[in-house]
Design a protein around this ligand. Structure first.
Ligand code: SAH
Ligand code: DHB
Ligand code: MG
Length: 229
């Protein structure tokens, strides 16, 4: 099994199942020509986020780590009329590219892009006391993931979903001596999940165009149970 094969399978899946979306394609092209790192979610992963948001009926979405807005657009495309997405980015240059990509997708009315260290924006959101979020995607600097996760829980409604990207890091997740600060962040995050009550979580390893990594899916307790018939 080679990385070449993982990428080829991603292309096969994308060609057959990920319908072309000019705004998403253009977002990747413009991000690349602006020199942004090529670390956006892959098209099949973007579509998975979109599906999760629709399956969950998310009306309010929070994203930590915007980059050029590729995952942002996938998630915002899942919102119903009146839905809203807040996305947090540190780098003003990346945010400028994201703003253009979001505008080209016709989504600027739905999306609040905030440029600041995410911990500051998360504290500001808590202070504003807005409506809680239904779904959060955490995908910023990996070492701070546990702090983003704790803040996201505080901003979420009971029964909310939280998805965390890049949790496996080529397997470094299980190396206590890893010098990758991101991997250490994901180890702290898993310890936090194991110790914390009030949630149900699992981690899924992935291969694909982005190599060997994985994501964690968390469901917070509470909320309305599914209607029984
Ligand atoms: N979610 C994007 C990819 C995000 S890459 C996608 O899939 O399309 C990670 C992003 O997190 C980068 O843009 C980086 O600038 C941003 N980031 C890093 N540290 C941050 C911080 N402290 N606060 C907010 N954003 C941060
Ligand atoms: C990196 C960040 C990501 O969000 C990702 O999906 C892959 C790599 C990075 O910072 O290297
Ligand atoms: Mg990521």
């Amino acid at each position: 099994m080679s990385e070449w094969q993982w990428s080829a399978v991603d292309r096969y899946v994308s060609d057959l199942l990920v319908e072309p979306d000019p705004a998403l394609d253009e977002a990747l092209r413009c991000s690349e020509s602006a020199g942004l790192p090529r670390i956006a979610v892959s098209p099949p992963q973007g579509k998975m986020l979109h599906l999760l948001a629709r399956i969950h009926g998310a009306r309010r979405i929070l994203e930590v780590g915007t980059l050029g807005g590729y995952s942002t657009i996938w998630l915002a495309r899942a919102l119903p009329a009146g839905g809203h997405l807040v996305t947090l980015e540190l780098d003003p240059g990346y945010a400028a590219v994201a703003r253009e990509n979001i505008a080209r997708a016709g989504l600027e009315e739905l999306i609040d892009l905030r440029v600041a260290p995410a911990l500051d924006s998360l504290a500001a959101l808590a202070g504003e006391g807005g409506e809680p979020f239904d779904l959060t995607f955490i995908d910023a600097d990996k070492k701070t993931t546990p702090e983003y996760f704790e803040a996201a829980i505080g901003l979420s409604r009971p029964g909310a979903v939280i998805v965390v990207d890049n949790v496996v890091r080529g397997g470094a997740l299980i190396d206590p001596a890893s010098e990758d600060q991101g991997a250490q962040g994901m180890r702290r995050f898993h310890a936090q999940l194991a110790a914390r009550g009030g949630l149900t979580a699992t981690t899924i390893q992935t291969v694909g165009a982005k190599g060997y990594d994985g994501f964690t899916l968390v469901l917070l307790d509470g909320g309305s149970p599914p209607a029984s018939g």
